[in-house]
Design a protein around this ligand. Structure first.
Ligand code: 3HC
Length: 311
């Protein structure tokens, strides 16, 4: 049974209701939420880099404007999520230190390079598509501030996914060279996108407790399967193939069967051995150091106004 002063917490969880910042909660619940929300925020911030590299090289003013808006959205999602982590007593500066020194993670997917413009369409279509499948259930997460942040984030993600699909549709219905460029990008991003959902359920140490606490509503493999089922028909609409010869509709299961995922690649990338890990972290730390003056100025401004108000 729950410790006496956590009976309210358990009642909230059992009623599938919302835990709010001032509610008493088990330390483990708070810790695992700080872990997940902070790493979600880190993912949004690091995720600005692969796409940001193409803002100056977008093929038209329209594409440039759309990409700038998307990258700015990702920054906003990150700030939203850091604010949600702060409602649990986390200190933003400390969370960033933990990102920079490797004590906290960010999504493996952002450690892959964006080699052509088609990568930008593929990231929107597959990576933001996978993020939506993962984030929609989080709108019903038991922790109020996280669930509410997700509602706003999901609305913006669906725009990100659609603009990515439209880029690929333009390319795959363009010249042979454009179609080949789109197919090459899909070939490189498909398997890493499936790895975004995490290790298989039997290798997921956090899942059982996160599901018991109403944080994780569906398992890693369930959401991965949902993403595959949703994406295969879209690939057909694009006239592009997905690089998995085992992909086939299974009438009995009512789902697509798909090939084995090489999870050793996911664990290597998480360990820091992906194609771009070092570059992504170096860029992040440099931006953080070069931005110190802005943080100092904001604090000085706040202190000056606090002092004036106190006069
Ligand atoms: N990349 C990096 N680390 C990963 C990972 C991935 N793709 N998948 C799992 N991990 C880590 C987990 O964080 C955990 O390590 P930790 O205990 O040190 O945090 C470990 O591998 C074992 O995984 P579990 O399945 O036990 O961990 P979770 O129960 O936390 O499940 C998760 C992992 C599904 C990613 C879950 O944390 C989650 O839903 N997080 C919120 C969503 C999120 O972070 N999405 C990032 C995608 S990018 C994005 O959304 C930006 C968009 O704009 C494109």
């Amino acid at each position: 049974a729950a410790e006496p002063d956590l009976e309210d917490f358990q009642r909230i969880i059992d009623a599938d209701s919302r835990v709010e910042p001032r509610d008493r909660m088990p330390e483990g619940y708070r810790k695992t939420l700080v872990r997940q929300i902070a790493q979600h925020a880190h993912s949004e911030i690091i995720g600005m880099q692969p796409e940001g590299a193409w803002i100056s090289r977008a093929p038209s003013l329209r594409r440039k404007a759309i990409l700038m808006a998307k990258v700015q959205d990702e920054a906003g999602h990150g700030l939203y999520l850091y604010a949600a982590a702060e409602t649990l007593g986390a200190d933003r500066a400390e969370l960033l230190d933990m990102l920079h020194d490797g004590r906290q993670k960010y999504s493996s997917i952002f450690n892959y390079p964006t080699l052509t413009w088609a990568d930008i369409g593929t990231i929107g279509w597959l990576v933001d598509g996978a993020a939506i499948v993962n984030q929609v259930p989080l709108c019903r997460c038991s922790y109020g501030p996280y669930a509410r942040a997700m509602i706003r984030v999901c609305k913006e993600e669906s725009f990100h996914q659609r603009q990515g699909f439209e880029i690929l549709h333009t390319l795959s219905h363009g010249t042979e060279a454009q179609k080949a460029m789109a197919q090459d990008a899909v070939d490189r991003w498909w398997w890493p996108s499936l790895m975004m959902f995490g290790p298989s359920d039997d290798q997921s140490p956090n899942s059982a407790q996160s599901m018991a606490w109403g944080i994780k509503r569906f398992s890693n493999d369930e959401l991965r399967q949902r993403f595959v089922d949703m994406t295969v028909p879209q690939a057909e609409a694009l006239g592009l193939t997905l690089p998995d010869p085992d992909l086939a509709w299974n009438e009995e299961r009512g789902h697509y069967d798909f090939g084995e995922i090489d999870f050793s690649e996911l664990f290597e990338v998480i360990k820091g051995n992906g194609p771009c890990n070092a570059e992504r972290m170096a860029h992040r730390v440099r931006a953080h150091e070069q931005g110190a003056w802005a943080r100092d100025a904001a604090v000085a401004y706040a202190d000056k106004h606090a002092a004036r108000r106190a006069e």
